[in-house]
Design a protein around this ligand. Structure first.
Ligand code: ADP
Ligand code: ADP
Length: 228
């Protein structure tokens, strides 16, 4: 499902962000990516949805060979991946429902299906009553749930999240994590970079620690392992 073989990433300015990463993540897994700031977590995440390309190494995601993927085929890859960010990245002039609908409009889904699917995923995140609200009318946790709904609209096999609770208070962070757990229970693979020690240490999932661009730890039912 997700396979990286000896992946290296050097940015154009010469920064070595990843120095030989090999990892295999199976369908249905829930994986935390931890490590100090600047360790390479975001780069690892960005390689998965082809926001960045590896300098060398092999990456296979949901049956796509990232090395061979032509730019015009990137949307096909991204249909199989939902992405959630720390800062939500909602479009401010669109309502919650329109934000979710947008993800389906860009792939040319039929309007009738879009209406049905938007309602479904907003129900799934518990926001059906707020579907006509604009992002600024919603709390941070609600905005993140809209972003999660948007990421689920295409029924992705994998949900990738980069610090999704980074802008949320502890209680709201837990709401979002419970949502991720339910999504994972329905079979979606989850890969989440995080600095949230309490969540990692309580949920006891697979933990992959990255430091200086290499994997230094990969444990089932792992711990956060840093004092921060
Ligand atoms: P983390 O998510 O663990 O904080 P990143 O993957 O963001 O780590 O960064 C890894 C290293 O790559 C850091 O040294 C960072 O400064 C550098 N880096 C990240 N993005 C870029 C970029 N676009 N250009 C140059 N260097 C970058
Ligand atoms: P861009 O042209 O900036 O790449 P996209 O049309 O790909 O924008 O994405 C629209 C919005 O959805 C942006 O906020 C983007 O960050 C986010 N996004 C991009 N890829 C995905 C994805 N696979 N799943 C969910 N959201 C995504």
């Amino acid at each position: 499902m997700i396979e990286m073989q000896d992946v290296w990433k050097e940015y154009p300015n010469g920064t070595q962000a990843l120095n030989g990463i090999s990892v295999h993540i199976q369908k249905g897994e829930f994986v935390y990516i931890v490590g100090p700031s600047g360790a390479g977590k975001s780069t690892f995440i960005k390689l998965m949805y082809r926001e960045e390309r590896p300098t060398r190494g092999h990456i296979f995601i949901n049956g796509f060979n990232i090395e061979k993927l032509k730019d015009r085929k990137i949307p096909l890859l991204r249909r199989t991946i939902g992405v959630v960010f720390q800062d939500f990245k909602l479009l401010p002039k669109l309502t919650a429902a329109e934000n979710v609908a947008f993800a389906l409009e860009v792939i040319g889904a039929p309007p009738k299906y879009i209406r049905k699917r938007v309602r479904e995923v907003l129900e799934q995140v518990g926001l059906e009553e707020k579907m006509s609200m604009y992002p600024h009318q919603l709390s941070g946790g609600e905005q993140q749930r809209v972003a999660v709904a948007r990421s689920l609209a295409n029924n992705p096999a994998v949900l990738i999240a980069d610090e999704p609770t980074g802008n949320l208070d502890p209680e709201t962070s837990w709401d979002v994590m419970r949502l991720f757990q339910r999504i994972n229970d329905l079979g979606t693979t989850i890969v989440m970079a995080t600095h949230n020690r309490e969540i990692v240490n309580t949920m006891r999932k697979r933990v992959i620690a990255i430091e200086n661009g290499v994997i230094v730890r990969d444990e089932e039912k792992g711990y956060y392992g840093y004092d921060d």
